[in-house]
Design a protein around this ligand. Structure first.
Ligand code: GRF
Length: 201
């Protein structure tokens, strides 16, 4: 089963997923592999990293399309070349159209840097600090047409420390993202793979 990962930036979550797939032998144990990494930005550092790993990569620049629908259609074409069983948004910074989300319904996940339903949208760490939150965190969820509001698969909470800046909090949350995203994806693959070879791992 092919996994396609969409990124827009550093791709640290993508890297965590690729590394977990290798370390946990997803190909043999879960019949799953990362088939491609696709970005909407040419300057996404994650593309270079993925290429260096020997992964297939593609660039679908959003600026080259006259509308959101046209971009999503081009993106779907690039994704579907790999016939994915699962599409993972990992630091992908585009809002997707209902048509795109519907096309991948039930096999489209995202990682969001807050404890949803709190702080959907952008600048989550600054907003959490401004609200005086004592804990923050990250959420792995299914993507539905309503932004950052799909069924939750996994969450991790981290403490907010005195003097935290958004950057400090972001780093603390990001390290948890790198743990819960691969964990949630491996669980999803196990649950959706009827003849999963692992008995009860
Ligand atoms: C992370 O905070 C992630 O939660 C958000 O994008 C940020 C960068 O992710 N979606 P990455 O390093 O590009 O994976």
């Amino acid at each position: 089963r092919n996994i396609v990962i969409l990124i827009s930036g550093s791709g640290s979550n993508m890297a965590a997923l690729v590394n977990a797939a290798k370390a946990e032998r997803w190909a043999e144990r879960l019949d799953a592999r990362v088939a491609a990494v696709i970005s909407n930005r040419a300057d996404a550092a994650g593309l270079e990293w993925a290429r260096a790993q020997g992964l297939a990569t593609a660039l679908v620049p959003h600026g080259e399309h006259p509308s959101r629908e046209a971009f999503d259609a081009a993106l779907m074409q690039a994704i579907d070349m790999h016939a994915p069983s699962l599409v993972l948004l990992a630091g992908f910074m585009r809002i997707l159209t209902p048509g795109f989300v519907g096309h991948y319904a039930g096999r489209l996940l995202n990682i969001h840097p807050s404890l949803l339903p709190a702080f959907a949208g952008l600048h989550t760490h600054r907003r959490a600090l401004e609200a005086g939150c004592r804990v923050a965190g990250a959420t792995v969820h299914e993507v539905t047409p309503e932004l950052d509001h799909g069924p939750i698969l996994a969450q991790a909470a981290v403490p907010v420390l005195a003097g935290d800046t958004p950057e400090a909090l972001a780093a603390r949350v990001l390290s948890q993202e790198h743990r819960i995203y691969p964990q949630a994806v491996a669980q999803w693959l196990k649950v959706t793979h009827p003849s999963s070879k692992t008995a009860c791992v």
